[in-house]
Design a protein around this ligand. Structure first.
Ligand code: ADP
Length: 161
């Protein structure tokens, strides 16, 4: 059984992330979306909220599940017995960051390899940070996230005002 980990902050999960995980789900028996709990880092949604939003988003994909994790990705991958890590690449900017991370992870562990899928054209410009900015300013985000995420963003923006 081949297990893959798809790690990230997912603050919150977007249609761009879902596009990657749906496509990747065709190639693996099981995919674990690992939501990184960054210590001391202020996130828009807390870890429980990010996990819940992601779980609802992937409820219809039977071989994808969501788990929070702390610490190194290589350690979490080992714990869940995943030899592969999936990442999504948008145009240009992501490449250097992902390349650097792949090199560091390779130094930390030879057991984990990285597989990058190119973002689909319609999500090339979509990032969780830009999405939050647009949501804060009251822009229309309905095409960019599942309905329950749009609703959670709307509520959170209100709370934070
Ligand atoms: P991180 O904080 O690790 O960058 P993110 O939650 O922002 O985590 O992203 C997780 C992964 O999903 C990364 O590989 C990122 O490049 C990818 N990703 C983010 N947005 C998109 C998108 N719109 N299309 C495809 N991949 C994406």
């Amino acid at each position: 059984m081949t297990i893959a980990i798809y790690p990230g902050s997912f603050d919150p999960i977007t249609n761009g992330h879902l596009d990657i995980v749906t496509r990747a789900a065709r190639f693996f028996d099981r995919i674990v979306i690992g939501i990184y709990e960054k210590p001391n880092k202020q996130m828009f949604f807390n870890i429980e909220e990010r996990v819940e939003l992601a779980r609802i988003a992937v409820a219809g994909i039977q071989n994808v599940e969501v788990q929070p994790f702390r610490g190194l990705v290589v350690d979490f991958a080992k714990q869940i017995k995943a030899p592969v890590m999936i990442r999504g690449l948008r145009m240009s900017a992501d490449f250097e960051k992902e390349f650097e991370m792949a090199m560091m992870n390779r130094k930390l562990s030879h057991e984990l390899d990285m597989l990058c899928l190119m973002a689909s054209q319609e999500y090339q410009f979509l990032s969780s940070s830009l999405l939050k900015e647009v949501a804060r300013l009251g822009g229309d985000i309905r095409d960019l996230v599942p309905g329950h995420v749009a609703e959670a963003l709307r509520k959170k923006v209100h709370e934070k005002m």
